[in-house]
Design a protein. Structure first.
Lengths: 278, 405
């Protein structure tokens, strides 16, 4: 019974991983198909001594921490709102999923044009309301570009938390809140002693999953800035992608992918450990 | 008796059929990869006309997504490695060196030298289509040369003439900058290397070993970066502005000059009529200059099982009236002298600016690193220099290192 599942896992997961490891130990240049010499750990050494690697790693940390924490905060607030009774709640619950359902490329293009210096609607509104003295080239300045792409990914990802946490909220028995009310607990007390503990498992799983997804994702950044200006928004997976795809250096790109995997392993092990415990 | 006669007759007819149609062999099929900027354009009319003239050859035209060039190139490389590549394809200079390194190309010299259409293509174009090893692997198909768009009405308001050298260009750019208008629409984002080269190599430096860090190139590159950093004659978004931004800004009147090519001429005329023109890019003090050549070529792959048929197709595409028809779909200029003589697809002044730029037209080094330069190394370093994170000279040193170690 276990054999088919193991075979599927081996074909879909193990083989690509082994292939990536093999590539990372060889000098694999796409346009030199007849020469793929074994070079040991040279690709890893080159990656770790390249300042762009460390810059990309720093950008990745900012990207993951800001994106996931803001998505979580906004998603949690939305879930709490959607858990209350109000007119048109069904429509509101359906609409909130829209950003999550849109392809990343579409979201990237929408936000690129919304943030555009010349034609962007956000600059237009900001200047009209007097919030901005003049248009700001959000994606063309290293000080604001990362904020711009984080804004887009927060909009894209908060529905995941909203829907997941809403499901968790609905699983908390209403009697607990009634009992707490009778005991004189206020809104904050109920949130702290019933809602948060009731959601702890869902929150931990959702955060771990989202961290892995955001850390690996590069599509939104690729569409919006391509990692620029300069390397201001270049994260580690984008660095690996550009090295392999644009530079044709699949050996170096694979080494970067393996390093990223090792860095994410801590999060993955925690997730697997939690899953087994549950 | 009657039935037997009929059967005998039918059998005889069937047996004689191949003899009666000696040329009705199965047509040879060649696969051709292409990409047009206009997604609505198709080569169907061309393919039908070719197949009518060459009944023994069938062309399977496959539209390959461009993806800024990277998607197209990588699909091409991987298909060649997987031995499933096309017989012929549209290609660009920036992947010539990689394709040569892969032994993927068939030299076309013997065919070109025997081709009656050879003299209808100028020597400038043949010069540009000659690889560093002296062979010709690419067949000219379409071309553009980058020139300078100038708003004549805005210049007239400032009593300025069209700039012809870098000093005049700076004077004009400064005069045309003010409020929400900037003198020059700089392209620091994707594809911007094409409009940077006329500046960097405009006073005599060459894009070759040592050329990127030559005193002339370093000085010119500082001039280019300072247009944004010091003189502020470009929009603040210039470090990441790409094709859409520079074209839309010019059309919206937010910039007065920009560098592009003839594919946008018609839309500019629709917007501004006679108030806009194009001139060759500014030149250096000694009359030196560099106009970026934007190529579109075809090739025959060495793995093709039908190279003669593939050559027939690509040479047919580059022949007088066929090439004009092709460029109607591609939106660029014909490579044939006969086709250019009666060219009616773009206003004459834009064709003139292009043709006048041909003698100074040049390309990036034909090296395997070129594709990486255009997609990653140029934008990253240029944007850093434009934002003041590195010095302009460091940017040029990075380019020299990439190409020549």
């Amino acid at each position: 019974m276990l054999a088919p599942a193991l075979a599927a896992a081996a074909i879909l997961v193990l083989l690509p991983v082994l292939d990536t490891l093999w590539l990372s130990l060889h000098d694999v240049i796409l346009y030199r198909p007849r020469s793929r010499p074994f070079i040991g750990l040279a690709n890893y050494t080159r990656a770790l001594t390249d300042p762009v690697f460390w810059e990309s790693l720093g950008n990745s940390l900012v990207w993951v921490i800001c994106a996931v924490s803001l998505q979580f905060t906004l998603g949690f607030a939305t879930a709490l709102l959607l858990n209350r009774s109000f007119a048109w709640r069904g429509i509101a619950r359906a609409l909130v999923v829209v950003p999550w359902a849109l392809p990343s490329v579409i979201i990237g293009l929408i936000w690129t044009w919304m943030l555009d210096f010349n034609l962007g609607v956000l600059n237009n509104i900001g200047v009209m309301l007097g919030i901005l003295p003049h248009s700001v080239p959000w994606l063309a300045q290293s000080s604001t570009a990362m904020g711009g792409v984080i804004l887009a990914v927060v909009w894209q990802g908060f529905p995941f938390f909203a829907v997941t946490l809403l499901a968790g909220l609905q699983a908390i028995p209403g009697e607990l809140y009634e009992a707490a009310s009778i005991d004189g607990a206020g809104a904050w007390g109920k949130f702290r002693h019933i809602t948060l503990p009731g959601l702890a498992g869902v929150i931990a799983t959702a955060l771990l999953l989202r961290m892995i997804w955001v850390a690996n994702s590069l599509d939104l950044i690729l569409v919006m800035t391509g990692g620029g200006p300069g390397t201001a928004t270049q994260t580690l997976p984008l660095h690996a992608f550009l090295t392999a795809w644009s530079g044709g250096n699949y050996g170096q790109g694979s080494a970067l992918a393996v390093l990223l995997t090792l860095l994410l392993l801590g999060v993955v092990v925690t997730y697997v450990w939690r899953s087994r415990a549950e | 008796m009657k039935r037997r006669t009929l059967l005998t007759g039918a059998t005889a007819t069937l047996a004689a059929a191949p003899l009666a149609r000696p040329h009705a062999q199965k047509p040879v099929t060649i696969r051709w990869w292409y990409h047009f900027d206009d997604p609505k354009a198709t080569p169907d009319e061309l393919v039908a006309a070719f197949e009518k003239e060459n009944p023994g050859i069938k062309v399977e035209a496959e539209n390959i997504p461009w993806g800024g060039g990277g998607d197209y190139d990588n699909r091409l490389y991987t298909s060649i490695i997987a031995n499933n590549g096309p017989d012929t394809a549209m290609v660009k200079f920036n992947n010539l060196a990689r394709l040569i390194e892969m032994d993927a190309l068939t030299p076309l010299d013997k065919w070109i030298d025997a081709w009656p259409g050879k003299s209808d293509i100028t020597t400038d174009l043949w010069r540009l289509h000659t690889a560093p090893d002296g062979k010709r692997y690419y067949m000219p198909l379409q071309y553009v040369v980058l020139y300078l768009y100038v708003r004549l009405d805005l210049l007239a308001k400032q009593n300025l003439k069209v700039p012809t050298n870098f000093d005049e260009f700076l004077v004009a750019a400064k005069a045309l900058t003010g409020g929400e208008q900037w003198g020059f629409g700089m392209r620091g984002g994707s594809g911007g290397h094409d409009s940077w080269m006329p500046f960097a190599f405009g006073t005599g430096a060459k894009p070759m070993k040592g050329g990127f860090v030559s005193p002339a190139a370093l000085a010119q590159n500082r001039f280019f970066i300072d247009l944004h950093r010091e003189h502020k004659v470009t929009p603040p978004s210039a470090p990441t502005d790409a094709f859409l931004q520079i074209v839309n800004n010019l059309k919206a009147g937010r910039v007065a000059m920009t560098v592009h090519h003839i594919s946008t001429a018609n839309t500019m005329v629709e917007t501004f009529g006679d108030s806009i023109t194009a001139v060759p890019v500014p030149r250096g003090p000694n009359g030196t200059g560099f106009a970026t050549f934007g190529d579109g070529s075809t090739c025959v792959f060495s793995a093709s099982k039908n190279p003669e048929a593939a050559w027939k197709w690509i040479s047919w595409l580059s022949t007088g009236p066929n090439n004009v028809l092709y460029n109607k779909a591609a939106g660029q200029l014909t490579v044939t002298t006969s086709g250019a003589a009666n060219w009616a697809l773009h206003p004459k002044r834009f064709v003139d600016a292009t043709v006048q730029s041909l003698p100074i037209a040049g390309v990036l080094p034909n090296l395997p690193q070129t594709a990486d330069f255009t997609r990653v190394v140029w934008p990253q370093n240029t944007q850093k220099a434009l934002l003041g994170q590195i010095q302009p000279d460091e940017m040029m040193q990075a380019f020299e290192k990439l190409f020549y170690g």
